[in-house]
Design a protein around this ligand. Sequence first.
Ligand code: ADP
Ligand code: ZN
Ligand code: ZN
Length: 675
Amino acid sequence: MDYAEIVFPVPLAHSFTYEVSPATPLKRGFLVEVPFGRRRAIGVVAEIHQNKPERPTRKVETPLHSEAVVPEFFWEWLGWVSRYYLTPIGEVLASALPSKFFKLRSAKQRPPSIRSSPFAKHWLTEKEIQLNQDQKGILSSLVEQVDKNRFFPSLLFGVTGSGKTEIYLKLLQQVVLKGRSAIFLVPEIGLTPQIVGRFRQVFGEKLALTHSGLTENQRLHEWKRCRDGSARVIVGTRSALFSPFADCGLIVIDEEHDSSYKQEEGFRYHARDLALMRGKIQNSVVLMGSATPSLESFYNARSGKYHLYTLRERAGDAVMPKIRLVDMAAFKRQTKSVLSLCDELHQAIAETLKRKEQVLILINRRGFANSFFCLACEKAFLCPNCSVNLTCHRASKSLLCHYCGYEMGIPQSCPSCASREVTLLGLGTETVEEEIKTWFPKARVARLDRDSAQKKGYLLQTLERLKEGKIDILVGTQMIAKGHDIPGVTLVGVLGIDVGLGLPDFRSAERSYQLLTQVSGRAGRGSAPGRVIVQTFAPNHYSIQCACRGDFEGFFEQELSFRRETGYPPVTRLIQFRFSGTNEKRLADFMRRLGSYLEASMKVHSGPLAGGPAALGPAKAPIEKIRGRFRWQILLKGATINEVQKGASLLASSVERSLPAGVKWAVDVDPLGML
Ligand code: ADP
Ligand code: ZN
Ligand code: ZN
């Protein structure tokens, strides 16, 4: 008699044994619908064996398909992933396979309607680009590696506009010509219509697309096209990594530093690390690219773990923009100005408009102003559910919480002391947009942030209007900083970059460096030179200084020594435990008990964690409350990931044994957001 071990898309670490009816043709990787508890569920066959279980089992009948839906190499790959991220294989598979597979068949099954993507038409280039010497050298080295048919992790560090995208495209073409397939990851597909357009042009029907905007049916359709070989290149956000190409010669991770490669809910994985593991198993070239590599990747490149390619100059005639710093503290002292734009930026905008060129203004915060503040009791207006300031949005005439969406009318008086002396502090995209419209009434001004981009189609339309020169000034959040290649933009103004520097997160300097460099990189990509004006209250901070000089290596050295001193990645490895609960006292008591357990098991010589990783906390999270749930965290830190994983497994089993009702917890391996 055969038995099948079946895993389900649920957070349970073990599989379930079912009896296989003799005539059933079942293999590893097949999908089956079986009784599961009191209901029916769809699971994946993980193993077939002949060991009769002690307890009676239920039966598997006909499988749902006549072949395995999990490609064979997935087991080795995702098995590693599951161990690395301390996440049950069932949950990993649930993220890796189209969700449609796990849906019970309902009466109404509609065939997928596939509309071709609306992205393509506006973004075609007519001219064929000839690679320059540097690009050619890198391309031929990479092609050589693809031919060797082995794992080759590499980092392409090239300044903004150095022509990285052209290298990717030509390399992908080579891979397809050789009869193999390739994956191209982008941070956010809505922000990259240009890349999608170019890819469509080059690969036509051989291109598959995947991103969060697809319906389940569309996603399944694209998955099948990758599976049967009718698609050979897939472009998409992090989930594109799970496309079932049997022979994947190349995985490109464009803008590898981007934090959207990290999944922050449920199964918390980093697409870059999964890509490296997949490449190892499938003998692929894995190419990470960025003008501002993550500390981790550049560290690995320098130590020889990744091959490093460098492009120091912009491609074509374009040159790097000139960056000017304006000390806003001095400006405010001298002028007592209440305006958000300094005189120099104001004048630069006027000049740029006169030349009929375009302006981008980055402001690192949505809405109107940071917060309402009471001058009498000196309190900011906080969200009642989350411990963060409410942000004023004048369009909706309300104060809004950016974490939970809580909304209240704009108050005339302070909710705690009833004083009428309330004032707005700080600035946001809407404040700046309004100010600019007043000063430049003839200019065509648009705003791009998460609020304005909620309207369907707005994002794409705005990027197209910018490209076509129909917008003179675009005000926006980091959305405007990402990857766009708009030759008409010659001036970039940066406001409020310092906000990020004050956050209690060891990556805040790195993020500021990246944001400033990326947004500056939008200026002067065509033949007209670009300039950048940065208003800052921290003109001497090394991340701002280095970004201005375009000195990535200098920044890397300083940041690395800071990480060494404080003991943070890439010098150490981290695993974070997060806890939340609505009952503040119950959560705090539990955290105290866990704290004593940690202390006992680490300090005492014979304790299970002795000599293992260091534990920071339990401590309240920097944002103590979100959506009415109180938050605590424990950070495990060690020299190697193995050591930290061992400690984490022990801690996890202790948490599982003693978890009070109502407390939720999650493990985050290699955490990105520390707030
Ligand atoms: P990156 O991805 O490094 O930011 P892109 O590949 O988007 O840079 O290239 C920036 C601009 O330079 C694009 O408009 C592109 O068409 C152009 N470009 C790239 N390579 C060359 C080249 N060899 N000669 C001329 N222009 C080029
Ligand atoms: Zn007050
Ligand atoms: Zn809130």
